[in-house]
Design a protein around this ligand. Structure first.
Ligand code: PMP
Length: 298
């Protein structure tokens, strides 16, 4: 298992700075028993000028608040308060390239009654930037994403991730790197922890919102498409559409932008380095570290 903390690591728990190895939670908690908590996955980077920057911090903490509201959870902090806390805990742990994991969870409560209190923790751990250019072998999962009529699919709720874990186990058990899940109608939706795009004839396509977690990285990719003049469409696409594509990639805060080698037995024909997708990958890499685009010499 990965090493998330050591004897010196501290975390933020409702304003207190505690040693990760000593902090406690309640084993009678409603969140532990029923998967009833909300969380975020956020990245910080050492930027080109050496500073620590949380990428899209407001967007992530605003989504945390929306996720809590969607699940009727009491929410105790403002986005600016949590951003200050996140920078503080990064600094105390001496981290720049890191993953930041806030979780809002409930108290001891074995019933299904609503809570009047909640707890908020912020944990951080080191995460190296861009671990190379490996292309993924992806498998169409036998698991579908949760039905949006059964779950608040746009909330980042812990319980939804049982679906993600099952899909990922299945794919890895069959020798693939990752899973692609379809929605309840059989259209391609997203990975267990990332959104996806595919490329055909220089255009990008991504599943529309409604059956996916609308990712902050997905939104960033859409912005980059506008900046780079890459045409992009959002819609309902099938596995057959994907299997005629030139290239494809996952995008998410942790995954960043990562290309695919294949889906099931279909290998994407266009060399990754010649794709528009690769341009997006590079532009994303530059954006998170605030690297200035090279000025054209006139
Ligand atoms: N879909 C799912 C199911 C996810 O868990 C994630 C990761 N949060 C994403 C998409 C991508 O979202 P983001 O770009 O905001 O990290």
């Amino acid at each position: 298992m990965a090493q998330y903390y050591n004897e010196n690591t501290v975390l933020w728990l409702d304003g207190a700075i505690l040693k990760a190895s000593e902090a406690r939670t309640d084993l009678y908690g409603q969140s532990l028993h029923y998967g009833y908590s909300v969380f975020e996955g956020i990245r910080s980077y050492r930027t080109a000028n050496g500073k620590t920057k949380i990428f899209k911090a407001e967007e992530h903490f605003d989504r945390l608040q929306r996720s809590a509201a969607a699940l009727n959870m009491p929410y105790r902090y403002t986005t600016p308060e949590l951003i200050i806390a996140a920078y503080d805990i990064l600094d105390r742990n001496n981290l720049q390239d890191a993953y930041i994991r806030p979780v809002v969870y409930g108290p001891a409560n074995m019933s299904f009654n609503p809570n009047t209190e909640s707890f908020t923790v912020i944990e951080t751990w080191e995460m190296a930037p861009f671990l190379g250019e490996k292309l993924l072998k992806v498998m169409t999962s036998s698991f579908q994403r949760p039905n949006p009529k059964g779950f608040k699919i746009e909330a980042k709720a812990a319980g939804h991730y049982v679906n993600s874990i099952m899909a990922s186990h299945e794919a890895k058990g069959k020798g693939f790197d990752e899973a692609l899940l379809t929605d309840m109608n059989g259209f391609i939706a997203e990975g267990p922890g990332a959104n996806m795009f595919f490329e055909k004839g220089g255009r990008l396509y991504t599943p529309a919102t409604g059956n996916i977690l609308p990712g902050i990285t997905r939104a960033t990719v859409l912005e980059l498409c506008a900046e780079l003049d890459i045409p992009v469409e959002q819609g309902r696409y099938t596995g057959a559409d994907l299997k005629q594509a030139d290239a494809a990639f996952f995008c998410g805060t942790a995954a960043e932008v990562i290309g695919w080698a294949s889906i099931d037995d279909y290998t994407f024909p266009q060399p990754w380095k010649t794709t528009q997708s690769k341009k997006i990958q590079q532009a994303y890499k530059d954006k998170v570290i605030e690297k200035q685009p090279k000025l054209e010499t006139i």
